[in-house]
Design a protein around this ligand. Structure first.
Ligand code: DCP
Length: 151
């Protein structure tokens, strides 16, 4: 499309959330890891308005970094695990500052997740997912996450 062609690229210099190579909004990636009918959630430490709420772990992609590479890096840093793949889950969420938050299902290759940058981790089944206090953005993914858990 025109917005992804080179003609759009001069704008990236003045728009720090736009990729200079693709002309698309930079991403915040979030990983959905499923195991034994449960989904891994991580409890945020901050900022104050999100502290204590549960999320799919992830973070900001670096310029030019693919979603899959960003997920591998972020989940290694945050959970101490190796993951692969990146299968989109649910809607993209526009964030303040122009980034887009996207969730991806990833496969756990090795390591037992540890809360290296979170207050705690938990594995929720479909019923527990309904009850837990998710960060507001991640609530938008509830229908698809529920479906992955067989509901
Ligand atoms: N976010 C969200 N839901 C998620 C993951 C992130 O709503 N499952 C939001 C919270 C922040 C933004 O995305 O507004 C960036 O997330 P993080 O702060 O977790 O990302 P980083 O750790 O990469 O940020 P920083 O580089 O600022 O530490």
């Amino acid at each position: 499309s025109a917005s992804e062609s080179n003609s759009a690229m001069p704008h990236s210099g003045t728009m720090p959330h736009m990729s200079a190579t693709t002309g698309r909004a930079d991403e915040v990636v979030a990983g959905a890891i499923f195991r034994d009918g449960r989904l891994l959630l991580a409890q945020r430490i901050g900022p104050p308005e999100l502290a204590g709420l549960w999320e799919l772990p992830g973070g900001k992609a670096e310029p030019g970094e693919s979603a899959e590479a960003a997920l591998r890096r972020e989940l290694r840093e945050e959970l101490g695990v190796e993951v692969a793949g990146a299968q989109r889950v649910g809607v993209g969420v526009p964030l303040d500052g122009g980034r887009v938050l996207r969730a991806y299902r990833v496969e756990l290759l090795s390591g037992e997740p540890r809360p290296l940058e979170h207050a705690a981790l938990c594995w929720v089944d479909a019923d527990e997912l309904e009850q837990i206090d998710l960060v507001p953005n991640d609530r938008l993914w509830l229908p698809e996450l529920r479906a992955h858990l067989g509901r």
